[in-house]
Design a protein around this ligand. Sequence first.
Ligand code: IMP
Length: 429
Amino acid sequence: MPAQVIVGAQWGDEGKGRVADWLAAKADMVARYAGGDNAGHTVRVGDDTFKLHLVPSGVLHTGVRCVMGGGMVINPIKLVGEIKGLAERGVDVSPQRITLAETAQIITPAHVALDGADEAQRGSSAIGTTKRGIGPAYTDKAARTGIRAGAMRDPDMFVRRVSERISQSNELLSKIYNAPTVDPLASADELHAAAEFLTPYLGDASLMLYEALKAGKQVLCEGAQGTLLDLDHGIYPYVTSSTATVGGALTGLGIGPRYIDKVIGVAKAFSTRVGGGPFPTELLDATGDRLRGTGANPWDEYGTTTGRPRRCGWLDTVVLRYAARINGLTDLVITKLDILSGLDELKIADSYTRSGTTVRESPTEVDALEGCQPDYQTLSGWSEPIMDVRKLADLPAQARAYVQRIEELTAVPVTLITVGPARDQTVVP
Ligand code: IMP
């Protein structure tokens, strides 16, 4: 049985966790392939809301094995907290169910400090990172100075190595950033305990996935962030430091492309982003506020990890076509269609205008995108709530027309629509 890959088709926060939870019902394994605790995947099961940052969303289905791949960066203290939090809520988080790749990279307290110091130094050009140490941890990985999760097997040695690495990072903090340093031993006890706790979870994730795929098991590869935040294909430098596109599933999990038969792009019915960088369809008006919500509901547009209000705007199919191309999308999932209920008219940008010229393909350079004004198509909205709709035919005609227009403009079939945060608030066309 093949693997399916879930990727974010916009700037992250598309609802990938919720979609992974839905698709996990038919999976044997769910494997997260990139990023760290910068991600916040919200899954609602019955009246319970789970916010997952590191553990794959499949954990909420008994019988599904979960893997955190080598493409991830792991803050061990955060991971222990997340696993224990799930255990307290009755979720089976035993090492028989969850594997952490021994090749994943470790985030140290100094990485977190460096992330904050680097953002402060960038001033008005700050990227708007989640300040979880993601960029500095991937920097150490590429510089070959990082520490892999497998080092936790010897907790004493692990703590020594982390302390040494923190001392080296302190040079950067004090001399380059003029920022406070981190006491190399401040978290030693916690890190030691985390290493002891996590050691039973360590394993060869690539081998485990290979054996599962060879045995005909269904593997769901869960991405984090989104195509426009991808280190190579996002709008650099306003990106995260990992591969958030389909290639990240291959390198981050150590599986070959022949096993992948579906690449499922998840897109919100409108656009959002957090952090800096260009966003052509951003709405700085009452409609933007309406899309964001007040924050009273857990599904309003405020960061799961940082609580920051998200920037909101109309749907942009220039972006979706780009995501379809970069990832080879076979399917599109449209989330949060219900949020559009009550808007008189809806707009979709399918091209931009820059210096009097029509631009149909997403520019890859930040300056080129900054200069783009969206060209909108206007569609009729619908007034009725759709959160209770479960069949495509029961959606208002205008909602069906909106989804159909997305399919036409992206040339990718929409194979799932979500109309609310709960598991069953899903329409399968
Ligand atoms: P970092 O990943 O914390 O380094 O942040 C880099 C950029 O990616 C910033 O613009 C963040 O707001 C954005 N980002 C990181 N993780 C997420 C996510 O899970 N959802 C949305 N944006 C994210």
